[in-house]
Design a protein around this ligand. Structure first.
Ligand SMILES: [Mg+2]
Length: 239
């Protein structure tokens, strides 16, 4: 199916593991096998160290925060070294105002905790139910994403200086432009002299507003996965 593949890049949550759950031994063994034939790379939405910990310190280079953070695996130290850590300033007053307007417009005026969550990188989360909402309420809010997909274009239009994603169970995640997974993977390929055609990306969040969508819609080779338990099946041909 594919030829001349040099690099396999992965999403983590929902792709290699269940959300926020450690990498299983079975999937680790598959990554070990793949690493004998290909360069492997993580392209995540979270921080590099979070990804590294969740993978039980698996030896792999990691791109975090949609490309804002980069880490290289150091085999001597058996640890990752952060090689880039970009921070983009956030105009909190302006973000707050725009989110208040969206809440008003769509009737999301009841929320628990804060209306907006700010991350040290400059990424922003719009948690529709608030930062302190109960986990069960969050899970029940929009399981098929329909509520958020309906207003996605409007949220995007309100935040032209961000890439907006339908994130988690009841929120929108935003990364400052130009950061998204496509930007991150393209930059990595350029720096390592790897062509898009020599790269395969595997991720579960390729639908509208998903954080893998930018790669899915691009010229990179893409293997979709809808259940992380299918990971062995999805990569079988590559081993
Ligand atoms: Mg995912």
């Amino acid at each position: 199916m594919f030829s001349n593949i040099k690099l396999i890049a992965f999403d983590l949550d929902g792709t290699l593991t269940q959300h926020k759950t450690p990498l299983s031994n079975q999937h680790k063994e598959i990554l070990d096998m793949l690493s004998k034939k290909y360069k492997l790379l993580m392209v995540g939405a979270g921080m590099c160290h979070r990804i590294f910990n969740q993978m039980n310190n698996f030896p792999i280079d990691i791109i975090g925060n949609y490309g804002m953070q980069e880490a290289v695996y150091d085999s001597k130290k058996e640890d990752i070294a952060i090689t880039a850590n970009n921070v983009v300033p956030c105009d909190k007053a302006s973000v707050e105002k725009r989110i208040a307007k969206l809440r008003q417009k769509y009737g999301f005026t009841n929320f628990t905790g804060d209306s907006v969550e700010y991350h040290s990188s400059g990424c922003v989360t719009f948690p529709i139910l608030g930062t302190k909402a109960a986990p069960e309420d969050k899970l029940a809010f929009d399981p098929n994403r329909k509520k958020r997909c309906k207003i996605y274009e409007d949220v995007k239009a309100a935040f032209p200086e961000y890439n907006v994603f339908v994130g988690g169970s009841s929120s929108f995640d935003m990364s400052p432009m130009p950061y998204n997974k496509y930007f991150a993977l393209d930059k990595y390929c350029k720096e390592h002299n790897i062509l898009h055609s020599e790269t395969i990306y595997i991720g579960d969040d390729y639908g509208q507003g998903g954080n893998d969508e930018s790669i899915y819609l691009s010229d990179f080779n893409y293997l979709t996965i809808d259940n992380y338990e299918d990971f062995p099946k999805v990569v079988k041909e590559l081993i």
